[in-house]
Design a protein around this ligand. Structure first.
Ligand SMILES: [Zn+2]
Length: 154
């Protein structure tokens, strides 16, 4: 089974990368340590943090927790590839904003919702049923694929 994650306040951008790599990733900011530990336990999520005190507290309570050593998201993704064997697959991307799975939709359904220039050249669209965000593989897509596959081949 693919691991699920809970990230604390310092790891907002890493949470978006993990979601784009296909991992179910909850992100809670401004949340007390006890609540983070409780949520990780209840939802069977691995806790990721850059806070050493939280690492110790979580370990004491028997929670699986990983201390993120690196400042850059790319290095953190590589660390998780090494420690947990994570492989990132951008074709399985979840909504980076809210972690929901996205649905492929017919092009006509987003006709009036995406820029004309985009609509003319892009045929495939996905919509997040939770937050309504629309996604397509635009000019940013190759860099996302490159970053994720460089950090852990899917
Ligand atoms: Zn969403």
């Amino acid at each position: 089974m693919r691991p699920r994650f809970l990230l604390d306040g310092m790891l907002g951008s890493l949470s978006r990368w993990l979601r784009m790599g296909g991992y179910n990733t909850e992100y809670l900011k401004d949340t007390p340590d006890d609540d983070l530990i409780e949520t990780a336990n209840r939802e069977s999520r691995i806790l990721l943090t850059r806070d050493e005190a939280l690492v110790h507290r979580a370990r004491k309570r028997g929670i699986e927790v990983i201390y993120i050593k690196n400042e850059s998201d790319e290095d953190a993704l590589r660390q998780l590839n090494t420690q947990l064997g994570l492989e990132y697959d951008p074709t399985q991307a979840r909504c980076p904003k809210c972690n929901n799975t996205v649905d492929k939709v017919r092009k006509e359904e987003v006709d009036d919702k995406v820029p004309d220039g985009t609509y003319k050249v892009i045929d495939d669209y996905w919509v997040c049923p939770h937050c309504g965000s629309i996604y397509w593989r635009g000019s940013h897509w190759p860099r996302i694929v490159e970053t994720l596959s460089g950090a852990g081949r899917g």
